[in-house]
Write a protein that binds this ligand. Structure first.
Ligand SMILES: Cc1cc2nc3c(=O)[nH]c(=O)nc-3n(C[C@H](O)[C@H](O)[C@H](O)COP(=O)(O)O)c2cc1C
Length: 160
């Protein structure tokens, strides 16, 4: 039986997603991009699961360094999410719009987000156009507790 591509697209787009800024760091180079394919994968140890485009700059940086951060945006930070998926002036240029500090594991945590976690890669599946990374949460910084940005509120689609 062949896959019904239209049904697959409609159904997969029903999966609810947040919108996050994933941070990566390799030597002195930092980068960040908007990620929506993110979920929790375990309570203990605390794991998160994130799919990253195979052809992105950040994918290679995560492969080589084995770590990434996830920044949670506030519900009113759609403009910032847009900055982090658009083309940039040089790797890391998107951070001109968003000040950050490096966390204890050397990964970018945005000053203005709700907070961020730093993760060590403990597993990955490279199959298809995204790599699925499993990261163990090693640090967590909460700046403020408020409603988070959700993909459904933006009118954008990433999925299907
Ligand atoms: C709404 C939206 C959600 C996105 N979610 C993801 C995602 O989950 N994973 C991913 O790899 N790229 C995602 N992207 C695309 C990246 O943000 C984009 O490819 C970015 O340019 C990659 O940056 P880099 O090449 O500097 O690493 C998304 C884009 C949009 C518009």
């Amino acid at each position: 039986m062949s896959l019904d591509a239209d049904a697959k697209k409609v159904l997969l787009r029903k999966i609810p997603h947040g919108l996050f800024i994933c941070g990566v760091a390799e030597g002195d180079v930092v980068n960040g991009f908007t990620a929506s394919w993110v979920t929790q994968g375990s309570f203990e140890p605390p794991l998160v699961v994130m799919a990253v485009r195979a052809d992105s700059t950040s994918n290679g940086m995560i492969q080589r360094t084995g770590k990434f951060s996830l920044n949670v945006l506030a519900a009113d930070q759609k403009d910032l999410a847009a900055v982090f998926f658009k083309p940039q002036q040089g790797v890391g240029g998107r951070f001109d719009a968003a000040p950050y500090k490096l966390g204890e594991h050397g990964l970018p945590i945005l000053d203005d987000g709700l907070g961020g976690v730093e993760c060590a890669v403990v597993g990955q599946v490279a199959h298809g156009d995204h790599t699925v990374f499993v990261g163990e949460v090693k640090s967590a910084q909460l700046h403020r507790d408020a409603a988070a940005l959700e993909l459904s509120s933006t009118g954008w689609n990433y999925g299907g």
